[in-house]
Design a binder for this molecule. Structure first.
Ligand SMILES: Nc1nc2c(c(=O)[nH]1)N[C@H]1C(S)=C(S)[C@@H](COP(=O)(O)O)O[C@H]1N2
Ligand SMILES: [Mo]
Length: 492
């Protein structure tokens, strides 16, 4: 085979790889059956802990983009590899169909194995086979112009197909009839709470400040995997295992038939920056886990449990913390959205976000303490949250005064007071606070208006319900959450 043939074949293989990945996306959408998803899971698992921590802290969502791009690249490479083998077979047999069947078959096999979805794997296999079938090397025709035309035509078709597949796949990702269909009607008990949160949200001049309940669309998400599990209610069950007197198992219908509560609960990620936005509140619908735990009769020396999820996530929590926890299947009156753990997640009052396991599958009572997903990567974020007052909005009013505002949160300790300094921390004045919402783990809003004389060095600090002032010393989020007072210089 000439050098030119090799280059042309490499191009065809690349086109085959791209159309294969595109075809897979068209039939699966952004789901765990997409050929890139399992590859991404491996990429994430193999990434060293400190790198993951650094990426979350400094890159945020861009970090996700980075590993997903790498996984996409690998997927294209793998499918291009199957096409390359097909092209070799084709040259050897001198039969296009032989090459197409070989590469299509290999692409199907690889995709079916990594995604465990044999039927949907045809979405990747057929495009790979077709591209291999139409590929033709100059030596085969002896006509270099025809060959060049074929390459350009195949390239253009691949791109067109890719764009089309992207469109179809996006439509597929949008609606998943299996999960999170917005309920027709919001339960009245939730409606009342949403109304209460609305009433108690402070009147603000600024529109920038979120209310006391975050909307489902604005509620932050943190996921170890780029592809959220899709679990049908009817396929879901929870088991309580390990060091227990009795193994307990429960299905979705049985669970949702249990005594139901609607709780305000705030979540905050240990990895967020001091004045970050990975802190939100919703009205969650669920049932206390206490009775289920009691039925299992936990034993085990550590008095602790490893909580497991469908995406391979795990976190270790003391049984004492679990006792107040909620098994939630509703959020702001809708069935729990897929991004937030459909069908059932755990909510542990006052503890860092990572303990609130989504796509919950198993609670395993342990004999000895073990590290969960983030603790294996150096984080220390399973305990109670740090106290924080955020400075999320500032507006100049018509009369020239400045309004600063934000949210303050201290987990189950509650927020008693927020103070603001406009002179870099020399003098302090109490901010106005929103009336507390019912519940043991809810944030509050604060608001403060002042007359600026030149640039103002604003500092904010909260005092929790136990009378403890928010610690002043600055610390980075890694490993146990940011500390310090939020500061900002505001110029009128
Ligand atoms: N199964 C599973 N549960 C999980 C996570 C995850 O990646 N997988 N992320 C955790 C982290 S770090 C946080 S901060 C919260 C975020 O919950 P949210 O995405 O609903 O805001 O979920 C926690 N539960
Ligand atoms: Mo988190």
């Amino acid at each position: 085979m000439g050098e030119n043939d090799t280059r042309v074949n490499a191009l065809f293989a690349l086109f085959a790889g791209i159309t294969g990945v595109a075809g897979s996306f068209a039939v699966t959408g952004y789901s765990r059956q997409f050929v890139v998803a399992p590859i991404d899971a491996v990429v994430v698992r193999l990434t060293p802990g400190p790198l993951v921590a650094w990426s979350i802290e400094t890159l945020g969502d861009a970090g996700h983009l980075l590993h997903i791009s790498l996984s996409l690249f690998i997927a294209v490479g793998i499918l291009a590899g199957t096409a390359r083998i097909g092209l070799l077979v084709r040259a050897r047999l001198d039969r296009p169909i032989g090459g197409a069947v070989t590469s299509g078959g290999l692409a199907w096999l690889v995709t079916a194995i990594v995604t465990a979805a044999p039927l949907l794997a045809f979405g990747a296999a057929i495009p790979v086979g077709v591209v291999t079938g139409v590929a033709v090397a100059p030596a085969a025709t002896g006509d270099h112009d025809a060959s060049r035309r074929r390459v350009i035509l195949t390239g253009a078709s691949s791109i067109t197909f890719g764009l089309l597949a992207l469109g179809i796949g996006r439509i597929r990702s949008g609606g998943d009839p299996a999960v999170a269909e917005p309920d027709a009607e919001i339960p009245e008990a939730v409606e009342t709470r949403l109304q209460l949160a609305d009433d108690r949200s402070l009147e603000m001049a600024s529109d920038d400040l979120p209310g006391l309940v975050s909307t489902i669309d604005s509620f932050y998400t943190v996921d170890i995997a780029q592809f959220d599990p899709t679990i049908r209610d009817t396929d879901w069950s929870l088991s309580v295992t390990g060091e227990v007197g009795e193994d307990v198992g429960i299905g979705y219908t049985e669970l949702t038939d249990m005594p139901t509560e609607h709780r305000f609960l705030t979540l905050r990620c240990v990895g967020e920056a001091l004045n970050g936005h990975k802190m939100d509140t919703a009205v969650w619908t669920g049932t206390p886990i206490g009775p289920l735990l009691d039925a299992a009769d936990p034993a085990g020396a550590c008095n602790c449990a490893m909580v497991h999820a469908e995406d391979g996530y795990s976190v270790q929590i003391p049984v004492a913390a679990l006792e107040d926890a909620l098994l939630a299947w509703g959020m702001n009156g809708q069935s729990l959205p897929r991004a937030h753990g459909h069908p059932v997640r755990l909510l542990v009052p006052g503890h860092w976000g990572e303990t609130n396991v989504k796509w919950l599958t198993e609670i395993e009572l342990l004999e000895d303490e073990l590290d969960g997903y983030w603790e294996q990567r150096g984080w220390r974020g399973t305990g109670p949250v740090n106290t924080v007052a955020k400075l999320w909005a500032n507006t100049t009013l018509e009369d020239g005064q400045i309004e600063v505002a934000g949210h303050a949160y201290a987990g189950t300790r509650g927020i008693d007071r927020v103070e603001v300094s406009t002179d870099g921390g020399t003098t302090w004045t109490d901010a106005e606070l929103s009336a507390p919402l019912p519940g043991t783990d809810v944030w509050r809003q604060w608001r403060f208006v002042f007359e600026p004389d030149g640039p103002s060095d604003i500092v904010v600090r909260a005092t929790d319900g136990e009378g403890t002032l928010q610690p002043k010393a600055d610390a980075q989020p890694f490993p146990s959450g940011a500390t310090g007072w939020v500061k900002k210089t505001i110029r009128p």
